[in-house]
Design a protein around this ligand. Structure first.
Ligand code: GUN
Ligand code: ZN
Length: 421
């Protein structure tokens, strides 16, 4: 059935992950995107003539990728605090619990001011898009209006997003939960995610209420878990009836196949088994984990337990909003683990590329829609030029930055360069 019309055709090299290969490089191929933003075909360019007849495009419609260019899937940031973008890189001298009380909670309180929120949220959406984050799983703040505004801005600039209004009722905040699930019906690519901040800032009754809302409405869930040893000890004293930190979320029905928990540095193998059984995912945020001395997640061990895992920038405990940085830091942490234990099998660059794209889509249970170049999925893609700003400087994504990402597409819509620049 070729009733859909073709909106884009690219010819050249395509790099993505598949269930079988961490990285598959497809050369001399043509990829078509239909007017619904979905990948219509990806074939060898030998078949271009028959494809052009079948789909009704002409030679002039084809965008030829240059010798130093390729397309890759958009990257998925599985954990980022949009509200903390305003102080990125400025306050990394305290461990988690002190860091929250000293820097984070005072800044987040400012989001009752919608003008402040509009300024920061506009910047974080644009900056992450420009850096190739086509899907972001955001924490906002406790403020419903500002959280809805973040959803509106993601939609306006064309980013796919899960947006979480933060819920907390202990140790520093207002006991309120006004659900942002009105987002559900507002935008095609922006959805709500139920967001208990983390066990220490939620009462048992709030956690139960959120578990119920998420399960009744089949919503995504996000929170934090086992980031820092002091936090793990605190959770033991706050929830004495629970066997582990993981058990706290399990008992409150917050571990589902649409759950993503940030960090998990100090989870035991037994807890990882619960993640596997419930289909819950971990967001690995290596920049943050080193920046505030939280711990080093053994990603290899998580993958061996067949737990879904994506990467996150965790701005602002992580000081970079770039997923390319998250990839590099993932390799660094894995190498540090190998230094500690030579038996540890270091992650490869190819594995890390997979985690930033397909892995992230799996972690957010969006892999039926995004994550790689499979016919029928949405076309979320980055056009990468390894030779910018000038001359062959061989910046492959492991070393590159936003200058190497010349175009960004989300569901077939070109969102970078921005229409206003
Ligand atoms: N745990 C609870 N809240 C936060 C937060 O804002 N950042 C990080 N890194 N960990 C948390
Ligand atoms: Zn976080």
């Amino acid at each position: 059935d070729t009733t859909a019309r073709i909106a884009h055709v690219f010819r050249g090299t395509f790099v993505h992950s598949t269930s079988g290969a961490a990285v598959e490089i497809l050369q001399n191929c043509v990829l078509g995107v239909d007017d619904q933003g979905k990948i219509a075909f990806i074939e060898n360019d030998r078949d271009e003539e028959s494809l052009s007849k079948l789909w009704g495009f002409g030679a002039s419609d084809i965008k030829q990728l240059g010798q130093h260019e390729f397309l890759m899937p958009g990257m998925v940031d599985t954990h980022i605090h949009a509200s903390q973008y305003s102080y990125t890189g400025t306050a990394l001298d305290l461990p988690l619990l002190e860091w929250l009380n000293t820097y984070t909670f005072p800044v987040e309180a400012k989001y009752k001011d919608l003008e402040f929120a509009n300024n920061v949220y506009t910047k974080v959406v644009r900056r992450t898009l420009k850096n190739g984050t086509t899907t972001a799983c955001y924490f906002a703040t406790i403020h419903t209006d500002a959280s809805l505004l973040l959803g509106e801005l993601a939609d306006k600039f064309g980013q796919r997003a899960l947006v979480g209004k933060v819920c907390m009722d202990c140790n520093s905040a207002v006991p309120q939960y006004k659900e942002s699930s009105i987002l559900e019906d507002c935008y095609p690519k922006v959805k709500p995610v139920v967001t208990p901040r983390f066990a220490p800032s939620c009462s048992s009754s709030l956690l139960s209420e959120l578990g119920e809302i998420a399960n009744n409405n089949k919503l995504h869930i996000q929170s934090h878990i086992s980031e820092n040893k002091g936090e793990v000890e605190l959770v033991k004293t706050l929830f004495p009836g629970c066997k582990s930190y993981t058990d706290v979320y399990l008992k409150h029905k917050l571990l589902t196949d649409r759950t993503v928990m940030a960090h998990g540095c100090h989870l035991t193998d037994e807890e990882l088994e619960i993640f596997h059984e419930t289909g819950s995912a971990i967001s690995h945020c290596p920049n943050s984990n080193i920046s505030i001395c939280s711990g080093m997640l053994n990603v290899r061990n998580v993958l061996n337990h067949k737990v879904k895992l994506g990467l996150g920038t965790d701005v602002a405990a992580g000081y970079s909003p770039s997923m390319l940085d998250a990839m590099r830091r993932t390799l660094d942490t894995s190498k540090a683990l190998t230094i500690q234990d030579p038996q540890h099998k270091t992650l490869s660059f190819e594995e890390v590329f997979r985690l930033a794209t397909l892995g992230g889509s799996e972690a957010l249970s969006l892999d039926d829609q995004i994550g790689n170049f499979v016919v029928g999925k949405d076309f979320d893609a980055l056009r990468v030029n390894v030779c910018v700003p000038e001359g062959p400087i061989d910046l492959f994504p492991g070393e590159g930055d936003d200058r190497n990402i010349t175009e960004v597409y989300v569901a077939g819509r070109q969102v970078v360069p921005f229409p206003d620049t």
